[in-house]
Design a protein around this ligand. Structure first.
Ligand SMILES: *Cc1c(COP(=O)(O)O)cnc(C)c1O
Length: 370
């Protein structure tokens, strides 16, 4: 079997999605299944739909197109502001997009009119994390102007926290989003069917005891795939944290000193961290590197430590065991390691449907070209 590869257990992903859909459903909140971390792979998208997500959402229109071409049947939302140059592709491919700029909405309106379609727009509001969003004081004007564009349907408002600055979703900022929704509807009538409160980092708030107010949607990716909440990276009760494993193969195995020999300057990726002298160690090299994943985001099996990495090599301390050449080692991944591995053309995917796994080739860049 080829490596490096991601082994993806679809039944665990479906379980995670179903548990979150059910728990949030009791709080009046629907789940948009976020597909960007797995590049819209139709097999995984299908599991999210089978688990009851209300729609699919991706930051890359290319991934949404991948799912459309595979005939995945769902409402699809582009969750990064469209680029002007992609307006025509966006209105052809996605039902709705998240927006913050009237210039972009204007282009979407023209592109939608050209093909006789209505494109949904959800306006994002800035509530403290300082990534995308309209300043709250400017929201009313943005709503008024969005409602005036032909072939554009205002779908609601939303926000995104804990991404750029780590701002925690809480009663205050979620309350502000609810109040903004109420204020907008007081002026314009019931124009905001969706109030999308955020991403996986909203789960503590959403599943706690606080009043969820007007918030009736979350966009979830990481929590479904990794079974963790992103604020403290703690496992979520009842979810699988091992649905996805990265497997790589040993290409060298030797006893080597624990410290380098010679004058030391910068390594390939900055200053190497070298431990104190522990005498000789059992060192193995895996055919896996920065081109394939984020080595800092890997958790090795018990008894194995990561000593360092470069573009193409991951160096392990294998403790008492010398790993034979050809041995495969499996790692759990954090979000950063996961998205790099999924996007690497060198990493294949082994999709496991219970008993019958089937291998999937790594993505070829041309598949995603526009
Ligand atoms: C990536 C993304 C999400 C999903 O975030 P997770 O932490 O993976 O749940 C939600 N909303 C937006 C705008 C995103 O870019």
């Amino acid at each position: 079997m080829t490596s490096p590869r991601l082994e993806i257990d679809l039944s665990k992903i479906r379980h995670n999605a179903r548990v979150l859909v059910n728990r949030l459903g009791k709080r009046g909140i629907s789940v948009s299944g976020v597909t960007k971390a797995f590049l819209g792979l139709p097999d995984i998208a299908g599991e999210l739909l089978a688990a009851g997500v209300s729609g699919l959402a991706d930051s890359r229109i290319e991934n949404i197109r991948t799912m459309r071409r595979a005939a995945v049947k769902a409402q699809m939302t582009l969750i990064r502001s469209p680029m002007i140059g992609q307006a025509a592709l966006v209105v052809r491919t996605a039902n709705t997009s998240l927006n913050t700029e009237l210039d972009v909405i204007s282009e979407l309106s023209k592109a939608a009119r050209d093909i006789g379609r209505v494109h949904g727009v959800l306006l994002m509001v800035e509530l403290g994390d300082l990534r995308e969003g309209i300043m709250p004081a400017d929201l009313e004007d943005a709503v008024r102007r969005t409602l005036d564009f032909p072939n554009i349907a205002l779908m609601g408002i939303g926000t995104n926290l804990a991404c750029r600055c780590g701002v925690v979703p809480d009663t205050r900022n979620m309350g502000e989003l609810s109040q903004l929704a109420n204020a907008i509807e007081a002026s314009f009538g019931p124009v905001l069917p969706i109030v999308s409160g955020g991403n996986s980092s909203n789960l503590d708030w959403a599943l706690g005891t606080a009043d969820t107010g007007r918030i009736n949607n979350l966009r979830l990716g990481e929590s479904i795939l990794l079974g963790c909440e992103p604020l403290h990276r703690q496992p979520i009760e009842g979810l699988h944290t091992d649905a996805i494993t990265l497997v790589a193969e040993v290409i060298e195995s030797k006893i080597k000193p624990s410290q380098p020999t010679g004058a030391v300057a910068e390594a390939a990726f900055g200053t190497a961290i070298v431990s104190t002298d522990r005498g000789p160690v059992s060192q193995a090299i895996l055919a896996l590197g920065q081109m394939d994943t984020d080595p800092a985001g890997l958790t090795p099996p018990p008894g194995i430590g990561i000593l360092g990495s470069s573009s193409d090599h991951l160096v392990l301390d294998t403790g008492r065991n010398r790993l034979p050449i050809g041995t495969e080692v499996g790692f759990q991944l954090n979000y950063s390691a996961l998205i790099r591995s999924m996007a690497s053309p060198f990493v294949t995917r082994l999709i496991q449907h219970g008993a019958s796994p089937h291998a999937q080739p790594a993505p070829q860049p041309a598949e995603y070209a526009i």
